[in-house]
Design a protein around this ligand. Sequence first.
Ligand code: FE2
Length: 259
Amino acid sequence: MIHSDLKSIFGTKYNDEFFKNGSRHKELLDKNGILIFNSFISDVGLKILKKEAGELKKDSYKSSSEYNVYISEFDDNFPKNSSRNRIMSTTKKCIPNDLIPKNSILQKIYDSPIIRSFFLDLLNKEELHPYEDSLSSININYYDKGDALGWHFDNSDFTITLLVKNCSKGGVYEFFNNIRYKDNKENYDFVEKILDKKVKGTKVNSLEGDLMIFKGNTSIHQVTAVEEGERVLVTFNYNETKGVSLSEQSRKTFFGRIK
Ligand SMILES: [Fe+2]
């Protein structure tokens, strides 16, 4: 059962019945690489989340990071122009998990057994656990004017995000579904076409309150620079095994500290 504290913060169709069976959405997720649950959060819930995120923002850590699309080391064995060596960048601000109050509805959603089991069914996983470190399980990400998320594949094979606030211009999520491998090998040629802007991906018009589940490990994705307003996106991060911490390097980059 959904905890009574949570009932009013979900959109009307997201009730006990809905969360009972996540596996019925699995096929669509596998096919499209993305699932969006529109108005997952109600207007009441959004109001609370916007206020909370707004109040926390002053404590956020601003980061700029550079990487290649595979989030791996640059590699001299490849030409300079190869996707292995092209420099992508991300600028954003972030509130780590330990600054999100224990009684926040974000913590309640994250910890809710019924929602966890919904994700397990949907993602066809045996287990989902929080991060061992105190910073990485839930993050609130802020993208202000000029902030962007450069093209990349995720390390994790699924990502769960909640859009709390949308910017008024820019900040568009764009992806290419399931294009990473060709004949079981990295498809560098196609990725280079993307980076050279020779092809256009699928743009997602997500709205405030939408929950998005995304297979980011095989689907390259970016968020274009915010041009006007502010975009606030929460990520719910789980691990398939217990006791996993985000790397110290990533914690330093995104949170400015390791604990
Ligand atoms: Fe990503």
